[in-house]
Design a protein around this ligand. Structure first.
Ligand SMILES: C[S@@+](CC[C@H](N)C(=O)[O-])C[C@H]1O[C@@H](n2cnc3c(N)ncnc32)[C@H](O)[C@@H]1O
Length: 284
């Protein structure tokens, strides 16, 4: 029934003692195949992450493996029935995971917003179960009985919880100790310190008439660190100023932000092409 992700020959959760276990319940197990690729695949190979994907229809009791029904009160679409969900969650919860019970997460547009802080919080859990809704969603009584968390990945509506689960598991898995080879890349990521990460460059030093900033070629680690911080501050001020409210700022940081504000005011005061254009044909 459950498809285990443990890699043959690789360290198991029991041997390693530290793997996070993730169970995903869905009517489309194939949607979760990307959990085998790239960093997630490596995290699984390293025994950092253990993933089990379950087909909800395995807990349906009729010949047609039905998991949905018409909504009470009328209206369009179908609603996922409570019995298969309850049976699935009972069996998974009692399957001997790394904690007495898992933290059960239901992706839904009506949930709390998924953020980096939320990913960090969930990365500290030993065992997560994601319940992927389809149709108009899951019968509300299942949510009342089982959900520890209802989480939204954004203000838009997907057709199912599978992609939302992929997004969350990928963001969480990056934060697991040992999942990413170079931990510095995680601590420098956008949102890690409340700021967006600045621009990044690689070879060649000049491409299509554009040069890599000289400071990055200087070998002066102090100057490079300051430049990166400045770029992160600039980008955050320009694109997501709302994030700055929660960032601890040094004197040097404040000077950079004041400079960005002066530049923005100066560019707003510059005449634009629209200002220069004649107001109407009569004016010509
Ligand atoms: C078509 S949606 C149901 C939407 C529901 N009728 C509503 O308006 O809130 C089907 C499933 O997709 C998932 N889903 C859709 N949008 C999502 C989002 N923004 N974040 C997380 N999950 C989402 C949920 O699991 C949901 O049960």
């Amino acid at each position: 029934m459950a498809e285990s992700a443990a890699t043959p020959g690789g360290p198991t959760m029991a041997e390693e003692g530290s793997a996070m276990r993730v169970d995903v319940v869905t009517i489309f197990p194939a949607y979760l195949e990307p959990l085998r690729l790239s960093l997630l695949g490596k995290a699984r190979d390293r025994g950092v992450l253990e993933v089990h994907t379950h087909d909800l229809r395995d807990w349906a009791t009729d010949r047609h493996r039905t998991v949905d029904d018409t909504p009470y009160g009328g209206g369009p679409g179908m609603v996922m029935r409570p019995e298969p969900w309850d049976a699935a969650l009972r069996e998974i919860s009692s399957s001997g995971g790394p904690a007495p019970r898992p933290r059960v997460i239901v992706p839904t547009p009506a949930g709390r917003p998924f953020t980096q802080a939320c990913a960090a919080e969930l990365a500290r859990e030993p065992w997560l179960v994601f319940c992927c809704g389809r149709y108009e969603g899951i019968d509300a009584r299942v949510i009342e009985a089982w959900a520890d968390d209802e989480i939204s990945i954004g203000d838009y509506v997907l057709s199912g919880g599978e992609v939302a689960t992929l997004v969350m598991v990928e963001a969480i898995a990056r934060l697991l100790p040992g999942a990413v080879g170079n931990t510095q890349s995680i601590t420098d990521d956008s949102f890690a310190h409340g700021l967006l990460e600045g621009p990044v460059y690689t070879r060649p030093p000049e491409w299509a008439g554009r040069r890599v900033p000289d400071v990055l070629l200087s070998g002066d680690h102090g100057a490079i660190a300051r430049w990166r911080r400045d770029q992160a501050l600039r980008r955050t001020a320009q694109r997501r100023p709302d994030l700055l409210a929660d960032v601890e700022l040094s004197e040097a940081d404040r000077r950079v932000l004041a400079e960005v504000a002066r530049e923005a005011a100066a560019s707003a005061a510059e005449p634009t092409d629209a200002d220069a254009a004649p107001a109407s044909a009569d004016a010509r």
